[in-house]
Design a protein around this ligand. Structure first.
Ligand code: SAJ
Length: 427
């Protein structure tokens, strides 16, 4: 095949839908496929079922121009892009059932020379597994006829529509021919460098990028607990150390959330357990941070006379509405369940209602930020949303404060004379 005019994108989530929309904007006819009927209907109405800047315009235009159409089942196309989830099982091995279900959906449509791209973040060897799976489903086709490639995404939530165009991209083919054809397809919208390799190296590159970040955040988180023990302000410590020309320490926080960095390193650990000691330890260090923060907040609660605690932020990072694998959410839930006599007033400017995980938790309430702080004796900042930068030091006066992100680290420098409550905030 020399030219790709029609593409099916299987899985219209945080990655699949932006990819479908940007292909449609660049002259490719796109069939979007998703198992969620509500999302299919919304997309065909030109709406986006989640928050991502600029995506709405792309989807609305694609649908209006007839270049993007969503449905529940795949349609015959020149190329198929699989962008379905790859969660991990209890033993941290990857659950490939969504990939296999997507393969089941496209297998009957194949004629033999289509390009099949796996975008889902996957353990090493998954692209080959997909190729063999499809070959087994279609023994009438020659296996080496199928053009299968892995093209992991690297976009940052909140900047997806920009980064799809500007980020360099890695394309790994089961064969050089598959890699070249996939490169050609991505060139329709990606203006940065597109680097070709084999499928397993492409799989590992994605996992390594996120593990690199996880290990570096674990280092920062470890520094925060060490600093707490030694009575050092970790934010000042990191700022000073980063003045070294070859040092760039990341920021500590309440833990690592999201569906990528907290997940992907486990795929490397599962593939080479003996050799992945550092990567495994980084996961353990970051995963243990929320519990450490819970005990930190509880210590402040014990010092306060008030039965009300304000928790600021539930999202997994700043200025988004995504609560998946959020350490802030985990901390809020654990605190509320462990302390039924305490009332937790929660601020999250990016959502209208508390998530379902709080369904049977009685002592929590979603309230505007200023109101939450006003009522509380203890205030814990869990996410560094921009809104929290506007809080005046006077609003925190006399309260016990835990700042897990260092957003208020300069308040003690304001010489409030009320820094007592801020003394133990090196979370
Ligand atoms: N975090 C810290 N301290 C820091 C940086 C981040 O505690 O200094 C925390 C955040 O608060 C958050 C978590 O880490 O809870 C992850 O946030 P993030 O902004 O580092 O990354 P994600 O998960 O939004 O997106 C990552 C990106 N990967 C890398 O930067 C290597 C993105 O480019 C990937 O496309 C994405 O994972 C993905 O889909 O894999």
């Amino acid at each position: 095949m020399t030219e790709i005019k029609e593409v099916s994108v299987i899985g219209l989530g945080y990655i699949g839908l932006p990819t479908a929309a940007i292909l449609a904007a660049n002259g490719i006819r796109v069939h979007g496929v998703d198992v969620n009927e509500r999302n299919v209907v919304a997309i065909n109405n030109g709406e986006v079922p989640f928050v991502e800047p600029e995506l709405g315009d792309f989807v609305a235009r694609g649908v209006e121009e007839g270049m993007l159409k969503a449905s529940l089942e795949a349609q015959a196309s020149d190329a198929y892009i699989l962008a379905v989830p790859t969660p991990f099982n209890e033993d941290y091995s990857a659950d490939l059932s969504y990939i296999e279900a997507a393969a089941d959906g496209i297998a009957p449509l194949l004629t033999g020379d289509e390009l099949i791209i796996l975008e889902s973040t996957s353990p090493p060897g998954t692209t080959e597994h997909l190729a063999r799976y499809l070959a087994a489903a279609r023994p009438d086709l020659e296996m080496d006829q199928l053009l299968v490639a892995h093209c992991p995404e690297r976009v940052l939530p909140g900047y997806v529509m920009k980064e799809l165009v500007t980020n360099d991209r890695i394309v790994g083919g089961m064969t050089p021919e598959a890699a070249e054809l996939a490169k050609k397809l991505y060139e329709t919208f990606c203006k940065a460098e597109i680097l070709t390799t084999d499928a397993i190296t492409a799989e590992m590159s994605k996992l390594v990028e996120n593990s690199y970040r996880d290990v570096n955040i674990a280092f920062a988180n470890e520094l925060s607990t060490i600093s707490d023990k030694l009575g050092i302000n970790v934010w000042e410590l990191i700022e000073l150390a980063n003045h070294h020309p070859r040092v760039n320490i990341l920021q500590p926080g309440p833990g690592v959330g999201g569906h990528c960095i907290a997940v992907d390193p486990w795929f490397i650990v599962a593939a080479a357990p003996e050799e992945s000691q550092l990567i495994r330890q980084a996961r353990i260090t970051n995963d243990s941070k929320p519990r450490w923060v819970v005990s930190k907040i509880e210590r402040q609660m014990a010092e306060s006379n008030s039965p009300v605690v304000a928790l600021l932020g539930l999202a997994f990072k700043k200025n988004i509405d995504d609560l998946r694998e959020s350490p802030a959410l985990q901390i809020a839930l654990e605190l509320a369940k462990k302390n039924p006599q305490t009332r937790f007033v929660i601020s999250e400017p990016n959502v209208d209602v508390l998530p379902a995980s709080f369904a049977h938790v009685e002592n929590v309430e979603l309230v505007p930020t200023a109101k939450a702080i006003e009522q509380a004796g203890t205030v814990a900042l869990l996410v560094d949303h921009d809104e929290y930068s506007t809080i005046e030091p006077s609003q925190l006066e006399g309260k016990r404060v835990v700042d897990t992100r260092g957003q208020w680290r300069f308040i003690s420098n304001l010489n409030l004379g009320k820094t007592e409550a801020l003394e133990n905030i090196h979370a």
